[in-house]
Design a protein around this ligand. Structure first.
Ligand code: SPD
Length: 357
């Protein structure tokens, strides 16, 4: 290419559509393997540093992870006001866990991810992302199906964060983008609880999936909001859907949000504050129009299919009996939740409502 000086001969390609590919120059491969659920790379990218890539899709990079992990963690927590129990569906890399644990109100934060090997590799190879969060006494890892865990813990969670891979055919996550899953999340939330998920790309050729995911969530919860966050290595501005059965502030007062963050968040935030949240919640006209016109609802019978293909799910399904660890983790978690519930309640900061600021 005229005028360009390339610095590596080794490239990883992520195809966003049959016609759009982003290449990242790789400077080191830390591991490449096929887990029981997906193809996994941990590599070092020349521009963005270490990165986790699952089934050909960049999940997180040291260089831009904060642009995704901060909003997906702090937006639901700050709009809840006083999150105590947080469930992260997916989240193997520990980036969301790290952010959630900055909340001094959080007593229990569970990462429920089906791919134990991915969790282990992220703990070993991506300390820059989790920063020791898995060792926090308030953190718990459940290797298993987040759906089953949520189903077995009705009304237990203040915040549920679906930090999932894209809904690829034969991938591990596509069922978790359906009405049936969102209904399970709704029931798993305590009164006033807040749900958030990564809902897809806003790029015009791809945004219909985002519109349908948000419409499906809106079919389940009383109130749904779209946030958009720029995450360079996801290839476009990314959609995050927030939902709750109580109205949240969609034009929050930045000063009120900053006060709440100052009271409850310990540790540095790089991109998230009151002004940022206000901006994330104001989405452009063409997306608002798309949402207003969308009618499709994703179901288990007709689930979403993002561009790409999962590598490992067929093998995993054949091993389903062995994978189904829900009986063990359900009873452990129930005990933990029961003992946590015995603790004294704090009431310094009542939950937000639509008019609070
Ligand atoms: N297209 C990539 C979307 C990835 C969303 N999940 C990221 C996991 C990071 N913790």
């Amino acid at each position: 290419m005229p005028g360009s000086q390339l610095a590596t001969d080794f490239w990883i390609n992520e195809a966003f559509s049959p016609y759009d590919v982003w290449q990242h120059g790789v400077t080191r491969v830390l591991t490449h393997r096929r887990t029981r659920f997906q193809e996994l790379y941990v590599v070092e990218l020349g521009s963005y540093g270490k990165a986790l890539i699952l089934d050909g899709k960049v999940q997180t990079t040291v260089g831009d992870e904060f642009l995704y992990h901060e909003p997906i963690a702090h937006a639901p927590c700050v709009l809840h006001g006083q999150p105590s129990r947080v469930l992260i569906a997916g989240g193997a890399d520990g980036g969301v866990l790290r952010e959630v644990l900055k909340w001094n109100t959080v007593e229990l934060a569970v990462v429920a991810d089906i791919d134990g090997e991915a969790i282990d590799l992220c703990r070993e190879l991506l300390p820059e992302i989790h920063q020791g969060a898995f060792d926090d006494p308030r953190a718990r890892v459940v290797v298993g199906d987040a759906w089953e865990l949520l189903e077995s813990t009705p009304g237990e969670w203040d915040v549920v964060i679906a930090d999932l891979t894209d809904p690829l055919e034969d991938g591990p996550a596509f069922k978790l983008f359906t009405r049936e899953f969102f209904e399970v999340c709704q029931k798993a939330l305590d009164q006033g609880g807040v749900f958030v998920n990564q809902a897809g790309s806003t790029a015009p050729p791809l945004a219909s999936l985002l519109g349908r995911v948000v419409n499906t969530i809106g079919n389940v919860f009383e109130h749904t909001y779209l946030m958009t966050a720029p995450v360079p290595t996801y290839g476009s501005v990314w959609g995050l859907a927030l939902a709750s059965d109580r109205g949240l502030m969609n034009r929050p007062d930045p000063n009120a949000i900053d006060r709440r963050l100052a009271r409850h968040v310990e540790g540095e935030l790089r991109m998230f504050d009151g002004e940022t949240l206000l901006g994330l919640l104001q989405v452009p006209l063409h997306l608002r129009k798309m949402l207003a016109e969308e009618v499709t609802i994703y179901t288990l019978e007709a689930p979403p299919r993002a561009f790409g293909h999962g590598a490992g799910m067929l093998e995993a399904e054949a091993d389903a009996e062995e994978v189904d660890a829900s009986e063990d983790f359900d009873s452990d978690l129930d005990e933990e939740i029961a003992s946590e519930s015995d603790g004294e309640e704090t009431a310094d900061d009542p939950p937000t409502d639509a008019h609070a600021s």
